[in-house]
Design a protein around this ligand. Structure first.
Ligand code: NAP
Length: 519
């Protein structure tokens, strides 16, 4: 590792306290950054730093500490393929257990010492003449609610890196709804991803906006504490049973001692999830009919009131929005003190919400479960490629696209983890990120071998790749007429992968220099 420290007085740029050079700079220490760090270590590339604005690893699994937070992908599938040695306590891991898994993996992989915590990227600009990414960071402080603010005593660092890996996450920038009056609410208000643990909900009148994956975990977890709960639903989700249970001591013993057993469980979990792919990504909608029947049967069994059931019944193609898994959501909604409001929100007042039927409901606490800025993450505004314009601007102009979900024409030596067309509606995102990271490491090794300082995917290669994805999209469930984070403002689904995970892993197995302009 080389570190060229200079004092602010000595640098050309007075605001920069220090300049550091790295072969690779990774932004974010969530799963993407941790997978990238571990793979770099395994490849013998240890001249890298991971920039992390918070004070611990974990990304979205650190931030989403709301009551009931748990994974909806089984534990052995939602774990790193090189770290299958974890003693999961149950079939679907909870957030605290996943967060501790991330920390243990970061330490065991030797990645932890490479992380620069409380360091926030403020700009990343490609310097074409010198073939480096110049990345500016500043020191930040982490507030109790998880938000970060500039630290007046923090250092401003300029990093010069040959390769940039963006692991900023797709589900990390909370999206606050644009509802009239929401800024004037005088009670407690917080987003599910910034849960305020200092607020007691006991005996309070609470409202939840949204009925997505986060909300359906929050609602059953708080329903017993609150005096009343108003759930503002815009679109009902399909909910299917959650086959979740703690592993017995015998099972945990066997999983730990029988060689390969964890991998067998993982393969089986992967296989059954992969069976959903035709029903989600082709016109064979009928392939998911059995799942739809199970969902509607569970709704009938768990919600006896006909009106409530009607409000909870989806009227769109299954899979268009993410299918949710819960055994406790419908029973929670059916409780006496829970009001499922479907009239839409007209305005939020200081102590109440008024719906579009003119009904005003008083509340003490407002919990916002309205998801994340996915296709328009603010981090994309900070990255500037060869044309000098930002990645966000490039994607607004040309549509959100990348080659193999990872590299973007005009942004040489840059890689976006969880990039365009890598999101999954059915399986573990870690499978996709591992494929991407493998591809990046192969690229780095190729560049080292050939002495190539620059690899920029060509416009033709990127366009050809995306033409195939575009041709597939009209057949998929995601564009069947509902609203979700899979879609951009134009109703395209640039975020999701419309084939099997096997196909993506095959595409990212090797680096393909023919798709790149190199020098
Ligand atoms: P989400 O799936 O985007 O859901 C947002 C919810 O808020 C939707 O019900 C949406 O309604 C509603 N909404 C948005 N704006 C609104 C407004 N202005 N007024 C009223 N309602 C509004 O967000 P999320 O639940 O946080 O989940 C995001 C993703 O995170 C999931 O798809 C999943 O990939 C991941 N996640 C996973 C887990 C897990 O593994 N268990 C848990 C949580 C999250 P519409 O449906 O009408 O748009």
């Amino acid at each position: 590792m080389t570190t060229a420290a200079t004092t602010s007085a000595a640098t050309a740029h007075p605001a920069v306290d220090e300049t550091r050079e790295r072969e690779v700079l990774v932004i974010g220490a969530g799963f993407s950054g941790l997978i990238a760090g571990a793979a770099l270590m395994r490849a013998g590339i240890d001249d890298f730093t991971i920039i992390e604005r918070s004070d611990s690893v974990g990304g979205t699994w650190r931030d989403n500490s709301y009551p009931g937070a748990a994974c909806d992908v089984p534990s052995h599938l939602y774990s790193l393929s090189h770290r299958q040695d974890f003693d999961w306590s149950r079939s679907f891991a909870t957030q605290p257990e996943i967060h501790s898994y991330q920390l243990s993996a970061a330490v065991a992989d030797g990645v932890h010492p490479h992380i620069s915590f409380r360091t926030e990227m403020t700009d990343a600009t490609w310097n074409d003449a010198e073939a480096v990414w110049e990345v500016s960071t500043r020191g930040v402080r982490v507030l109790d609610d998880g938000n970060v603010v500039p630290d007046p005593e923090g250092r401003t660092i300029r990093w010069r890196a040959g390769e940039l890996i963006l692991g900023v996450g797709a589900l990390c920038e909370p999206r606050m709804p644009d509802i009239p009056g929401i800024g004037d609410f005088a009670g407690e208000i917080f987003h599910s991803a910034r849960w305020d643990h200092s607020v007691s909900l006991a005996g309070k009148r609470v409202a939840v906006i949204g009925t997505g994956a986060s909300a359906i975990q929050v609602i059953p977890a708080i329903v017993d504490q609150v005096a009343s709960l108003d759930v503002y639903q815009r679109t009902p989700p399909y909910v299917i049973p959650r086959f979740d249970r703690p592993y017995t001591g015998v099972e945990r013993g066997l999983l730990a001692k029988v060689p390969g057993l964890r991998r067998v469980v993982r393969a089986q979990d992967w296989f059954f999830r992969e069976l959903q792919v035709p029903g989600l990504t082709t016109t064979a909608e009928w392939a998911l009919d059995p799942v739809k029947m199970v969902s509607l049967a569970m709704l009938r069994a768990q919600v006896r009131d006909k009106d409530t059931r009607a409000k909870l019944t989806p009227d769109y193609r299954l899979g268009c929005k993410r299918m949710l898994i819960s055994n406790t959501y419908y029973p929670a909604i059916a409780r006496e003190h829970v009001d499922l409001v479907t009239a839409g929100i007209d305005e939020v007042r200081a102590h109440s919400i008024v719906d579009r039927d003119g009904v005003e409901r008083e509340i003490d606490v407002l919990i916002v479960c309205t998801g994340f800025n996915v296709t328009d993450s603010p981090a994309f505004e900070l990255i500037h490629g060869v044309e000098g314009i930002s990645l966000a601007e490039t994607w607004r102009r040309d549509g959100m696209a990348a080659y193999k979900g990872t590299t973007v024409h005009g942004f040489p030596n840059m890689n976006v983890m969880f990039g365009p067309a890598t999101g999954l509606g059915h399986s573990s995102m870690l499978l996709m990120i591992e494929g991407q990271v493998n591809y990046v490491v192969r690229k780095l090794r190729w560049r080292r071998r050939r002495g190539a300082a620059v690899a920029d995917v060509t416009a033709e290669a990127q366009e050809g790749y995306n033409a195939e994805l575009r041709a597939r999209l009209p057949k998929t469930a995601w564009v069947a007429g509902c609203n979700s984070w899979y879609l951009d403002d134009q109703g395209n689904a640039p975020a999701v992968w419309p084939f099997s995970t096997v196909k993506f892993r095959g595409l990212t197995r090797r680096f393909d220099p023919g798709a790149y302009a190199t020098r």
